[in-house]
Design a protein around this ligand. Sequence first.
Ligand SMILES: Cc1cc2nc3c(=O)[nH]c(=O)nc-3n(C[C@H](O)[C@H](O)[C@H](O)COP(=O)(O)O)c2cc1C
Length: 195
Amino acid sequence: MNNNIIVGISGASGMVYAISLIEALSLLPGEIHLIISEVALKVFKHEQSREFDEIISSIIKTGKARIIIHDNNDLFASVASGSFNVGGMVIIPCSMKSLSAVANGYTENLIERAADVTLKEKRPLILLTRETPLSLIHLNNMVKAVQAGAIIMPASPGFYHHPEKIEDIVNFMTSRVLDHLKIDYQFAVRWRGKK
Ligand SMILES: Cc1cc2nc3c(=O)[nH]c(=O)nc-3n(C[C@H](O)[C@H](O)[C@H](O)COP(=O)(O)O)c2cc1C
């Protein structure tokens, strides 16, 4: 198990999912390579009413992981190369624009380049997509991305675990993402059958 994970944050709604995943990964020794797009920074501030750096600083203080923040324009960053060894990558939330870049191999920024590299290195690439409804273009891009090896995980939490708080709903998705990265999670949400 390689706990070194790239987390790309694109400008879709659902920054709470990114925070939850970063918090969960930060509990483990390893490296979190964070990349946030320009639009995502603005959506983050809008949804969270707090700056991205402020929230990440508080996670760094309490977690075990080393968090490295990369500039999305820095195509010279370590994670731009397949020779840099990581366990996988998650784009969370993943906009339809970033999905399109992944599906079509169009790598203009570091999130897109790192995702492209993750696919070519056959490492897990999870796209936590957020848009509704989906156009045929979105759906075709999802098919292309899956055919190239990506895992599409729409931000569509279940409700069979009887969530009481937003945190419970978000944690459902965090749990599923970590399962696909093969990372054990102490707060995993699991269906154990009904008697
Ligand atoms: C407040 C806000 C919410 C948005 N939500 C979504 C969304 O849920 N899904 C999506 O695909 N795009 C959404 N967008 C549009 C993307 O931010 C836009 O397509 C942008 O170009 C994505 O760029 P990026 O993927 O490089 O971050 C939203 C934009 C704003 C301002």
